[in-house]
Design a protein around this ligand. Sequence first.
Ligand SMILES: Nc1ncnc2c1ncn2[C@@H]1O[C@H](COP(=O)(O)OP(=O)(O)OP(=O)(O)O)[C@@H](O)[C@H]1O
Ligand SMILES: C[C@H](N)[C@H](N)CCCCCC(=O)O
Length: 207
Amino acid sequence: MKKKFFITGISTEVGKTVVSAMVVEALGADYWKPVQAGDLDESDTHKVSGLISNTKTKMHPNAYALHTPMSPHAAAGIDGVHIEAGTISEPRTDNHLVIEGAGGLLVPLNEKETIADLIRPDYRVLLVSRNYLGSINHTLLTVEALKRRNARIAGIIISGAENPSTESVIEKMGGVHIVFRIREEEHFDREVVRRYATRLLPVLEGL
Ligand SMILES: Nc1ncnc2c1ncn2[C@@H]1O[C@H](COP(=O)(O)OP(=O)(O)OP(=O)(O)O)[C@@H](O)[C@H]1O
Ligand SMILES: C[C@H](N)[C@H](N)CCCCCC(=O)O
């Protein structure tokens, strides 16, 4: 059965793109970033392309490609565009699909909708968390917001240094499992991503 994984994060810059590349590489999945805001010559689609080795993956075009590295609602305003979640149609594919959000879960697309409105019932949501002072609160708030929307939470992925007391309290109070960990790496390249992808595949098969 083909699976669709939605990658969200507890904030911006926590490792969603790195995790997306690993999930894409593990499954040979297609990749789609519906809303991109920022330098379009160094978009997340370019980054994922540069981190994977398999030849099966198809990169699907953004529904909205905005030029300013800001919240999508604001970046859209600058470009004179109005984002509507309802106009975004998922790319057709027979392959697994990895969908990456922008920033955190409640980042606005416009004055009424957020990234959370892009999550469909058949998406398995992977929440990327990264340890910093304040990350417990950001992680538990995001889990609560996902549950309130009946999203199918597949699990949390920790990117960066381990913190056992943080991780155990997140699992206990959030009622969610940490399904994978990425160490604090000096850099990410195709080799590093391939190594993690090999370990990640059996985890994804169980989700
Ligand atoms: N485990 C890690 N070890 C070292 N660096 C990391 C790790 N995880 C993420 N980073 C670094 O943090 C930065 C942000 O990561 P990434 O681009 O994946 O975040 P993001 O959540 O996709 O951000 P955005 O919200 O802008 O899309 C990158 O420079 C990345 O290399
Ligand atoms: C530009 C950045 N890399 C992301 N694409 C968008 C992050 C928006 C964060 C908005 C916020 O939560 O305050």
